[in-house]
Design a binder for this molecule. Sequence first.
Ligand SMILES: [Mg+2]
Ligand SMILES: [Zn+2]
Length: 455
Amino acid sequence: MKRLLLLLLSIGFALPLEAQPENRPKNLILMIADGCGPASITMARDYARAVLGRKALALDAIQVGAVRTASASSRVTDSAAGATAYACGIKTYNGALAVDTAGQPVATLLEAAKAQGMAVGLVATSRITHATPAAFAAHVPQRAMESEIALQMLAQGIEVLLGGGWDYFLPPAEGGRRTDGRNLLREAEQQGYHIVRHRAALRQPLRPPVLGLFAQDHLPYEIDRDTTQIPSLAEMTQLAIELLRQHPKGFFLMVEGSRIDHAGHANDAAAHVRDVLAYDEAVAVALDFAQKDGQTLVVSVADHETGGLSLGRNVDGQGIYAWHPEVLARVRASYERLLPALRDAAANQEAVLRELAGIDSLTALERALLDQAAGDPAALQAALTEIIGRRAVVGWTSNGHTAVDVNLYAYGPGATSLVGSFENDELGRRLAALMGFDLQTLTQQLRQKLVGQSH
Ligand SMILES: [Mg+2]
Ligand SMILES: [Zn+2]
């Protein structure tokens, strides 16, 4: 009996992995919620129920397992090693983008898709040259090499690039940060790209290749976003799918909710929960397409948790059995706007908190926290986190990443072979196997090409 069960299990799990070509997904949409741990998902769901009157997240319907996030160099990964695990199916050191622990380039899912004649796209709310999207399209030993990353990205022939960060595409004289004097937006245009820099330009019909950069740096947090000027992550996802879906050989699309992580680093609960919800709306767009299409595998995962978020915490030495999404719903700005306003307000801090944080009057303890932090930006940020955290009963334990497992979600052909709990690099390898990608052979070719170039 036990043996029969094992046999059935092994058939159930092994068959899709050994990918019969006729069962192979035509399209792969890989969604990455940077810095979104299990508590962030609970936070967004509770908020959606209490504040928005929704029953569940789009993600809730497709949860299949968990992923362990350690990198080759630490139990606590950074986003570069985390994204490389998914892009290349290997663990590498923190800071590395699509290179192994010896610094040698490793082929990515995006490159493998290209090699099979598929169309490819990258969407992010950070600079498009930031670690997560870069791990799919550039091979560099350090994530900070964003000028080089922009060059490599444009050389890949990617059909759709949408996000923030024209910084690394322009020289200083034209509003950017490139040190080589090159204007990569002009070069991309000569390469055939349609360059888009405003949301309004999306109203005209577009054809690939498209390079859409909607801010100099990262796109604003969802809570701060001017919805008339900057597209949402869901809008960018929809556009990317529209641009890629006509391709006869299918497409690979990576979509990142990048700034969930940034709000976690800042311990900014209100910005964090809004960015998780914006990500979930993008997941809903992908799922809607996949349901109608029937040949698309949608996978959602995080690279790691950020902030050590807790729903429920000690307040005045007591563990509180509650948390209050309504407190976060009253906050109308991220720390990027709140903190400068508080710094500049001097005696008028209460007015700023009323206007931007929905806090009508401060307790004596809250007043003391703010007074003690006067003149010290880091202390002011910690004081604000404590004020909002006590009211919402939300806690944070780090301004960095943590080692906890993250949730894994999948829908579509091949989703059953992603059921379970496994390492992050294993997810990359399973995705490659499902798509029929041979990353090892491609890696050998990539290295030979580089050797050829250096002679
Ligand atoms: Mg990222
Ligand atoms: Zn981070």
